[in-house]
Design a protein. Structure first.
Ligand SMILES: Nc1nc2c(ncn2[C@@H]2O[C@H](COP(=O)(O)OP(=O)(O)OP(=O)(O)O)[C@@H](O)[C@H]2O)c(=O)[nH]1
Ligand SMILES: [Mg+2]
Length: 293
């Protein structure tokens, strides 16, 4: 029997949803950083097994939005619940169930599909704390399965995968074998540039960044030529992103280039400009233009 289905990965920001999605896929498709609100769109990651196909939906962390971009992010994540066959609710060890987790769990009260509790980051927590968290959550909600994992180390992820397959319905192959995502190549490039910005910049600067591809084409040698804009919200941020004598922008560009070359397995010429777009995170038209729609 061939099994297939959509599995959404939901949780607060920074709990490791994208890390898990990447680990399951065996490919770095989603960007990851130690800052909350890294992922901004739902990203489908397609995993093919011998007798199954799972489409994982990596979602933005559910949080209290403070601008229209945040509203879009939270809505994308919450909407994913409607069309899936299984929900993975991710959290991390803590002494109590926080308000953020309660808010998410309450959205699951009426769903018809199984909900797994996946407790991530067990590698950096004590057994005692892990046990306490598992107990608290199992009393709070009727989960189909409870699985403690480390997405970073891959601990117990195989077990989690087996359980998911067990719960999935019989179904067709939704996508051909040779694709890992339905995301556009342009989107993947903008995300890689955004990841480098998130990792290299601090405080509020990286959160106000959006990336737009101005040009992306293959030249006669079949290598990519890419030009992109980094938008930020303030003149002072622009200075920080460019850095003294352009050092920061050079770093962002060279790290991004390296990853883009790895992802597409080809040489890349990358040029990036930095521009200011005031309060774009609250401007619906700009959000639309940047693909947050
Ligand atoms: N120690 C440890 N760290 C982890 C684990 N999984 C993820 N992390 C780290 O946690 C941070 C957040 O990981 P992400 O995968 O970006 O988290 P996310 O839930 O996708 O975050 P948003 O996209 O912002 O909602 C990164 O620094 C990861 O390296 C884990 O199992 N153990
Ligand atoms: Mg993420």
């Amino acid at each position: 029997m061939f099994k297939s289905g959509f599995v959404t990965i939901l949780g607060r920001p920074n709990v490791g949803k994208s890390t898990l999605s990447n680990y399951l896929l065996g490919e770095k498709l989603s960007i990851v950083s130690n800052k909350p609100q890294t992922t901004r769109n739902n990203i489908n990651a397609i995993l093919n097994g011998e007798d199954y196909q799972i489409i994982f939906v990596d979602t933005p962390g559910i949080h209290k939005p403070r601008h229209k971009l945040g509203e879009y992010m939270v809505k994308s994540a919450s909407d994913s619940i409607k069309d899936v066959d299984l929900i993975l609710f991710l959290s991390t060890p803590d002494d109590i169930i926080g308000k953020g987790d309660e808010f998410i769990l309450n959205q699951f009260r009426d769903v018809k599909v199984p909900v797994f509790f996946v407790l991530n980051k067990i590698d950096e927590n004590t057994q005692e704390r892990i046990a306490k968290t598992l107990k608290n959550f199992s009393e709070y909600f009727n989960f189909a399965e409870i699985v403690p994992i480390s997405a970073m180390k891959g601990k117990n992820v195989e077990t989690l995968l087996d359980l998911m397959v067990k719960y999935l319905p019989e179904g067709p192959k939704y996508y051909p074998d040779d694709i890992i995502t339905d995301q556009q190549e342009r989107f993947i490039v903008t995300e890689i540039i955004r990841e480098k910005s998130l990792r290299l910049l601090n405080e509020e600067v990286p959160h106000g960044i959006a990336v737009e591809i101005v040009l992306m084409k293959k030249n006669e040698k079949d290598n990519y030529e890419i030009e992109a804009n980094i938008f930020c919200e303030k003149d002072s941020h622009k200075g920080i992103i460019i850095g003294k004598s352009g050092t920061m922008l050079k770093k962002i560009t060279s790290y991004a280039k390296e990853d883009i070359e790895k992802f597409f397995d080809t040489k890349v010429k990358l040029k990036i400009w930095v521009k200011v777009k005031k309060e774009w995170r609250d401007n619906l038209i700009t959000l639309n233009d940047l693909g947050y729609k």
